[in-house]
Design a binder for this molecule. Structure first.
Ligand SMILES: Cc1cc2nc3c(=O)[nH]c(=O)nc-3n(C[C@H](O)[C@H](O)[C@H](O)COP(=O)(O)OP(=O)(O)OC[C@H]3O[C@@H](n4cnc5c(N)ncnc54)[C@H](O)[C@@H]3O)c2cc1C
Length: 370
């Protein structure tokens, strides 16, 4: 007999496990299918910045609002997850220091000055708290609330806690096909066939095939990011250093994570020498001493990008039993808690902010191929 669940989730990255956690905690019978190992694809490649301010373009827009809401959810989540899974998600204090080299960059940053969470520091104040930063800058915007977490730790904690609440998590179980008729949704995997009332596609950059199979146009493509980590043999960085998609993040293990390239439409998640060269070149302009530090490792990951840079979070326009949570691009770690809550609330028929449902809806024109 086929096993029946309330909700099936395809994909065990941070988005899929966040959904599993929130639904299992709310009492739903959940099954999650992961093709490989939990959290070992794009999620493991991330630096873990919760960059609501640093990544947003406008600071009144919907991305910023959702990002700030998700940052706030992390506050409670880190306490709950420690209790529920025994895993510390390693939230760091300090936030992000966004460096300006030109007057234009300074002006752009200072557009955040009306926010109580933003502080402009001139060059001498930057050097006082971060002597490692290059002398060749005008100053920096300090955003203390854009802290960072350890992405794989968050993913593992959500997974373990979801299992504790009864979720059935199946690794090495790729979903081959989803069939839908009036009575049921059927999920065929390499390890058997399952029936569910609701289904959420959360398979990162690989979600595209499910959009197509389920009759939807979409834009979803990889933007490869390459990173390198080094052992910091000097004083620890008080804040993440950030400029033009390049960042240096201090981990409490003593290493620095340096990222990342932006290579659209590259499907091979393998770092290249050229990529490493570009990352090291940019990072050493921010922090010259980095060139002397011993390399720990390098890696690459595929950011799931959409044309308008917003994720897809919501229901299939014609089949309410099917939901999508994919396309989180540079911000899946930041947006994992809010995504988990939105999908949970949709499935439980609880209210969700209209602006978010509208901005992240499936099939929106802004995200379609042109
Ligand atoms: C270099 C780099 C740095 C980044 N830094 C940050 C950062 O600092 N902050 C931030 O917020 N975000 C960051 N990101 C973005 C973030 O990593 C992603 O947005 C996030 O990991 C996406 O999570 P996901 O669960 O959607 O995808 P994934 O983690 O890729 O998970 C999808 C899962 O689905 C599985 N899957 C695929 N097909 C199937 C199938 N048919 N059946 C079953 N399972 C399937 C895959 O095996 C995979 O495990 C970064 C990304 C990169 C590459």
């Amino acid at each position: 007999m086929k096993k029946h669940y309330d909700v099936a989730i395809i994909g065990g990255g941070i988005i899929g496990v966040s959904i599993a956690y929130h639904l299992a905690k709310a009492g739903k019978q959940v099954v999650l299918f992961e093709a490989n190992e939990i959290g070992k694809q794009t999620t493991s490649a991330a630096a873990g910045m919760l960059g609501a301010h640093a990544e947003g373009e406008g600071h009144e827009d919907v991305f910023f609002q959702a990002g700030r809401a998700s940052q706030a959810l992390y506050e409670k989540l880190k306490v709950d997850l420690l209790h529920e899974s025994g895993i510390d998600i390693r939230t760091s204090a300090g936030g992000i220091m966004k460096v300006a080299f030109t007057e234009e960059e300074k002006q752009a940053l200072c557009r955040m000055q009306h926010l109580s969470t933003f502080k402009w520091l001139d060059a001498s104040s930057v050097k006082k708290c971060m002597p490692q930063v290059t002398d060749h800058m005008l100053g920096a915007g300090l955003i203390e609330e854009d802290v960072h977490v350890e992405p794989y730790a968050v993913c593992r904690a959500l997974w373990q806690a979801a299992v504790r609440y009864g979720a059935d998590v199946k690794e090495c179980t790729p979903v081959i096909e989803v069939k839908r008729d009036k009575e049921a949704l059927t999920v065929r995997t390499t390890k058997g066939t399952f029936i569910c009332d609701d289904l959420t596609v959360a398979s990162g950059v690989w979600s595209g095939r499910f959009f197509e199979e389920l009759g939807l146009s979409h834009s979803l493509y990889p933007v490869k990011g390459e990173c390198v980590s080094v052992w910091n043999n000097g004083p620890a960085l008080a804040h993440t250093i950030y400029h033009d998609h390049c960042y240096i993040v201090q981990r409490d293990s003593g290493k620095l994570v340096i990222g990342a390239t932006m290579k659209p439409n590259e499907w091979q998640a393998v770092p290249t020498l050229g990529g490493m060269e570009a990352v090291i070149q940019k990072a050493s302009q921010l922090m010259p001493s980095i060139k002397e530090m011993p390399i720990e490792e390098c890696w690459a990951g595929l950011r799931p990008a959409t044309n308008d840079r917003h994720p897809y979070i919501g229901r299939h326009p014609e089949d309410k039993r099917i939901l999508f949570a994919a396309g989180h691009y540079r911000n899946g770690i930041l947006l994992a808690p809010i995504t988990g809550e939105i999908i949970r609330d949709l499935i439980l028929d609880e209210p969700v902010k209209e602006e978010w449902l509208h901005a992240f809806r499936i099939g929106r024109k802004e995200a379609l191929f042109v």
